[in-house]
Design a protein around this ligand. Structure first.
Ligand code: SF4
Length: 218
């Protein structure tokens, strides 16, 4: 899929630390994608799901958000259950998976060391996300984790005069109205959150049940 370069630039090296890290990872894993990971899904989708950043052996390896690692089965399984994906699993960029009225992207497009982008890296990459949201005009944005929530609010604040980001606190299942957009928060479906029970499959299902209801009510 061709992207507007304001939404996705496969050659971006604006964050030197992340670009250098990708160079190192590429030398160790020459078959991995190891570039900024593009969004996945229709440019007309009403639902935009925003994660944190590519995982080392998932999106960074396959080149598709949330594909090929621990997070994948819970996210795509849940999307499939609620009619937002054609398959319950996403294992590679060339499998049969398709999203339905849904698009996946990350707040930070490049793999960060230890899954932790710096505040400056988030701020730098948020320009891509802001352009993506402006072009997509989604009805519902699902934020997977507090970093995604903060990044999305940064984007929305640019286009919604008068809002204060402090009005919109992150919390699992929290729902916010920003202009015409509903923002729905979830804990990130990471291995840590699922292993510790912070996020259960039921908790995740309840978020996407709400998203389904919102979309069906449009
Ligand atoms: S994280 Fe975003 S802004 Fe930074 S280098 Fe990657 S694509 Fe560019």
């Amino acid at each position: 899929m061709a992207f507007d370069p304001s939404i996705y630039n496969p050659d971006c090296r604006a964050c030197g630390r992340l670009a250098n890290f990708l160079d190192t990872v590429r030398s160790k894993h020459p078959t991995y994608f190891c570039k900024p990971v593009p969004p996945f899904g229709s440019a007309q989708a009403q639902v935009l799901v925003v994660g944190l950043a590519p995982g080392m052996h998932g999106a960074n390896a396959t080149g598709r958000p949330f594909t090929g690692d621990w997070c994948s089965d819970l996210l795509y399984g849940t999307l499939h259950e609620f009619g937002f994906a054609t398959q319950p699993r996403s294992v590679s960029h060339d499998d049969a998976q398709q999203l339905v009225n849904c698009r996946l992207t990350n707040a930070v497009k490049c793999l960060p060391p230890d899954n932790k982008p710096t505040p400056l890296e988030i701020k730098t990459c948020v320009d891509f996300l802001a352009h993506e949201i402006a072009a997509l005009t989604p009805a519902v944005i699902v934020c997977l984790g507090a970093v995604a929530h903060d990044a999305v609010l940064q984007c929305l604040a640019r286009h919604t005069p008068g809002i204060r980001r402090s009005q919109f606190k992150f919390g699992h299942g929290a729902e916010h109205r920003v202009g015409d957009i509903r923002v729905v928060d979830s804990y990130h479906p990471s291995r840590y959150n699922t292993n510790t029970g912070r996020l259960t499959p039921e908790m995740f299902r309840s978020v996407f049940q709400r998203v389904r209801d919102l979309v069906d009510g449009l």
